[in-house]
Design a binder for this molecule. Structure first.
Ligand code: ADP
Ligand code: MG
Length: 238
């Protein structure tokens, strides 16, 4: 079970309160989207779940276990960033396997996992290429593959499509939706794109200035926004 629960979580950078007491409950296998304007704290929240950023106060549970003090690699999470963060001098195979290399996995295990990830992402015939020989969408798939091989119970995506052009973005959005159905993993996906939020999410968390404005299914927020901010961001045109 990989439910994710944030209870009264805050984050302070210096003298600035960036996350101001956030409660969010995410069910096992749910696709949750954090949406809100630039600077509202989406990346900070995701980085705290990943363990890349300390939590100033509050409690974070993954699969029922308090993980506030656990290292990123102990949390069972896999993160996919906005910039692809893949290595130009490595092949696709080496890039996807990178997380397993540093985890000291054996060669046979590593190859099997890389090939399985490549199959899921339909990249089997690209394993020997280098990133310069890939399209933008294929590069982003390599970054997703690197998360898949670690077999995380929670996937974290930070605006993974924002560097892609519009057509590719739509394709990759559908790919990520398929991936979620196929793996059944819990996914938290950060975006400031309303269309991505509306089409991918089981549940949307709308954030503003470090606070949760509303949580609900896409159609709930669309038809019954709690306030003008949510209405302006996601609501039906009136
Ligand atoms: P978003 O991802 O929603 O655009 P962020 O989580 O990146 O927002 O940032 C939220 C706020 O926290 C912003 O005001 C940003 O400037 C600030 N912030 C983020 N990271 C740091 C940091 N390492 N040090 C100081 N302030 C930060
Ligand atoms: Mg961000």
């Amino acid at each position: 079970m990989a439910n994710v629960n944030l209870s009264n979580v805050t984050k302070r950078f210096g003298a600035v309160d960036v996350i101001k007491g956030v409660d969010i409950d995410i069910d096992d296998g749910e696709f949750t989207v954090f949406v809100g304007p630039s600077g509202c704290g989406k990346s900070t929240l995701l980085r705290m779940v990943a363990g890349l950023e300390d939590i100033t106060s509050g409690e974070l549970r993954i699969g029922g276990r308090v993980v506030n003090d656990l290292q990123p690699k102990e949390r069972g999470v896999g993160m996919v960033f906005q910039s692809y963060a893949i290595f130009p001098h490595m092949t696709v195979r080496e890039n996807i396997g990178f997380g397993l290399t540093i985890a000291r996995a054996g060669k046979a295990e590593k190859n099997a996992k890389v090939e399985e990830a490549a199959r899921i992402l339909q990249m089997e015939n690209l394993l020997d290429r280098r990133p310069s020989q890939l399209s933008g969408g294929q590069r982003q798939r390599v970054a997703i593959g690197r998360a898949i091989v670690r077999n995380p119970s929670v996937f974290l995506f930070d605006e993974p499509l924002s560097n892609l052009d519009a057509a590719l973005r739509m394709d990759m959005r559908m790919e990520i939706g398929k991936l979620h159905k196929q793996l059944g993993a819990t996914m938290i996906y950060v975006t400031h794109d309303q269309v991505e939020a509306m089409t991918l999410a089981d549940k949307i968390v709308v954030l503003k200035e470090g606070r949760v404005m509303q949580v609900g299914a896409p159609m709930d927020l669309y038809h019954r926004p709690a306030n003008l901010f949510v209405a302006g961001f996601l609501g039906a045109p009136s």
